[in-house]
Design a protein around this ligand. Structure first.
Ligand SMILES: [Fe+2]
Length: 223
């Protein structure tokens, strides 16, 4: 799962990461808010289950690619990348993705990419570029689930954005009135996470042992 904003809507802490992992998640990916909580920095440096976008600075701690066993023992490689449109990255994701995918495939037949990006165009382009080489390209970051879950012709599942697990009676997780006030006035107003209409969102991908996707379904569950 992508957990970059699991700590009250801003970043992730080691304690929350441990709770998520002990709840059944195998790998946690991050994004543009990876370093919002300073206590996460040494934790990411040592963790083999919490990864950060691979195309951040080479001098940043942690890794962007990890291989972990699924519950049945199948090795699954997870690669985290960040988009370069409307976001700040050290290098574009396209510059590093091919080498990382080769590396991932040398460890695991099943390869999942979390592409944490703002622009739908960049996410669709990445999904097409990787078609036939990875199991799934799952977009994250916008908090709004898109209606394009699909399996592409080469056997790579894709969705432009998996959506948000959190309060949907909100402006992408923030109390609506506060977010609107900041947008209307341009003044700094401290964000508060909303509470209403909590939903779990994500995507269910089925695949063969060779890592070819056979189904890709969006998940939307009201709590
Ligand atoms: Fe993000």
């Amino acid at each position: 799962m992508n957990g970059e904003n699991a700590a009250d809507g801003a970043g992730l802490t080691p304690k929350i990461a441990e709770r998520i992992l002990s709840s059944g998640a195998d790998v946690i990916t991050l994004g543009n808010h990876a370093w919002r909580r300073s206590e996460l920095i040494p934790y990411v440096a040592k963790s083999d289950r919490v990864i950060r976008p691979a195309n951040l600075s080479r001098l940043a701690p942690g890794h962007g690619l990890v291989s972990a066993p699924a519950p049945d023992g199948t090795p699954v490689a997870v690669l985290n990348l960040m988009g370069s449109l409307f976001m700040t990255v050290a290098v574009t994701p396209f510059e590093v993705v091919d080498e990382l995918v080769s590396d991932a495939r040398s460890h695991a037949a099943v390869v999942v990419v979390d592409f944490h990006a703002e622009a739908t165009s960049e996410k669709v382009a990445m999904a097409r570029w990787l078609d036939g080489r990875v199991t799934a390209v799952i977009g994250t970051h916008t908090h709004v689930q898109t209606a394009d879950a699909r399996v592409q012709p080469g056997g790579t599942a894709a969705i432009t954005d998996a959506g948000m697990t959190g309060p949907h009676d909100s402006v992408i997780g923030v109390e609506g009135d506060i977010a609107i006030e900041r947008m209307r006035s341009g003044l700094f107003v401290r964000f508060r996470p909303a509470e209403g209409d909590v939903r779990i969102e994500g995507v269910l991908v089925r695949c063969t042992a060779e890592g070819r996707a056979t189904a890709c379904e969006p998940i939307r569950v009201r709590i």
